[in-house]
Design a protein. Structure first.
Length: 459
């Protein structure tokens, strides 16, 4: 099976949305108010999915890596941390008041920032509030994004006792000299020890996260990092393409002294890593994830039931409406999206006045909900059956086609190049179309015809 056709990838490498939300976050508006969010919260009890996913955002790190594109800040004093964590607990209570207690929590995800660098009693206290106000499903997925620079072996046991059973380890690159240039501390413990201890402590799954195309990173650095992962065999491997956005993240400018791999070099890294990881027995899931064949994500892809939210890929059984807590958190509900204010200070101010800390959001109309579903199917499962979508929305397949302005003729170039098979009823992306999935998805998005193009390149 041919997944990478470099000439085609170069031809189509133009800017486009990632479709982690629909519409993309740049369409969210500041006219969206806390009252709008409140209404969406109440409505979410009566709409699917009934499951609940909770996201907890910790916008702090002990040291800022110069490549970082995440929503984080340098950790302040213990008192500042304490008041943020108090606000988090208040927000959870504030939101839980509006949710039906009988709905099961299938997913809890802690991200940031570096949640594992928090004093652990803060994590325990928040988990306790979650247990007091929500009903957990029998086997919820409880995950944390961890930096190995601050992760002690004993921490894994404590996290497991708190119910954590999945973890993303941000490795980025196995070359410690490169990490030093990036202002990042190396792992405290060898990766194999962290992985083995996590598994012994009861973690069901560990992701190893890498970034390719980093300033100063060589092809060999990335290959050696992937080799290291393949020796250890974590359940999932993730390779993110480095996003250089110095106008948005000024600290990235510090890295411009080093060689910044260009599109061609990045494509070579992507291709070589793809070959290595898939030859190592992993199944590619979307553009940046790989999973062992018996992993639930690989099985969901096979059954065409894979889903995605801002926190990553998820199976249909675990998918819930996402309720986000903390500064910058984005809730993803049936009716739309609500994002919390970005600065931890204004976030706490709102919470301490018993106000929902909404900064912007978006309420979807029916047509946009249909498009969201269509795009989700194309992006995650690389497959679309108009009849299935029509049944979900209790409309006709013709109405679904009209809503996404579907015309197989618009896909003729992709069909001729062997990227897509399509007819009146179904669309199927071939393995050759795998890395062009964003370009294919854009054909189902009427917003793209008048888009103001501020998106990153598709590769
Ligand atoms: C929100 S961070 C949290 C992880 C944790 N703080 C750490 O550094 O290990 C999640 C992941 O985003 C990725 N990431 C951060 N900055 C990036 C950038 N500029 N481009 C691409 N990926 C990036 C890294 O792989 C990182 O592990
Ligand atoms: S990469 Fe992780 S540890 Fe580094 S600044 Fe970003 S969130 Fe913090």
């Amino acid at each position: 099976m041919q997944y990478i056709d470099k000439a085609l990838i170069k031809k189509y490498n133009k800017a486009g949305p990632r479709y982690t939300s629909y519409p993309p976050a740049n369409y969210f508006t500041e006219s969206f108010t806390p009252e709008d969010y409140l209404q969406m919260l109440e409505a979410s009890n009566h709409k699917g999915p009934g499951n609940i996913s909770l996201y907890v955002h910790i916008p702090f790190c002990p040291q800022i890596c110069y490549f970082c594109g995440c929503n984080t800040n340098l950790t302040g004093s213990r008192e500042q941390l304490r008041s943020y964590m108090e606000a988090l607990k208040k927000e959870i209570r504030l939101v839980a008041r509006h949710l039906d207690r009988s709905r099961p929590v299938t997913q809890i995800h802690w991200g940031g920032g570096t949640p594992n660098a928090l004093p652990f009693h803060f994590i325990e206290e928040v988990m306790e509030v979650i247990h007091q106000h929500f009903t957990l499903a029998t086997e919820p997925e409880v995950a944390m994004e961890c930096s190995p620079a601050y992760l002690k072996l004993n921490d894994l046991i404590r996290l497991s006792r708190m119910g954590f059973n999945r973890m993303s380890l941000g490795i980025q690159d196995a070359n410690n000299n490169l990490l030093d240039k990036l202002n990042r501390k190396p792992p405290l413990y060898p990766l194999e020890d962290l992985y083995r201890t996590a598994k012994k402590a009861g973690f069901r799954g560990v992701n190893f996260d890498f970034v390719y195309g980093l300033p100063g990173q060589t092809h060999q650095d990335h290959m050696q990092s992937i080799d290291k992962a393949l020796q250890i065999q974590p359940e999932r491997i993730v390779t993110f393409s480095y996003a250089h956005v110095p106008w948005f993240k000024a600290h990235q400018k510090k890295l411009e002294a080093y060689h910044l791999p260009d599109a061609n070099e990045k494509l070579n890294m992507l291709e070589a890593a793809f070959q290595k990881i898939t030859s190592g027995g992993y199944v590619p899931i979307g553009m940046d994830h790989y999973a062992k064949p018996d992993d639930e994500l690989a099985r969901a892809l096979e059954n065409k039931s894979l889903q995605r939210n801002f926190q990553g890929y998820v199976t249909r059984e675990k998918t819930g409406q996402v309720y986000a807590f903390g500064a910058t958190g984005i809730s993803q509900l049936h009716e739309g999206y609500s994002q919390n204010t970005r600065s931890p200070e204004t976030y706490q101010e709102a919470i301490n006045q018993q106000r929902l800390p909404v900064f912007r959001g978006y309420r979807l109309n029916q047509a946009e909900k249909i498009r969201r579903k269509v795009l989700q199917e194309i992006m995650c499962n690389h497959y679309l059956d108009f009849l299935t979508i029509a049944n979900d929305f209790q409309i006709s397949p013709r109405e679904v086609r009209q809503t996404v302005q579907y015309d197989p003729a618009n896909l003729s170039e992709f069909i001729d190049e062997g990227l897509v098979r399509a007819d009146e009823n179904k669309v199927e992306v071939t393995s050759k179309g795998f890395f062009l999935i964003r370009n294919i998805a854009m054909q189902f998005d009427p917003l793209m015809s008048n888009a103001h193009n501020s998106y990153s390149k598709t590769i």
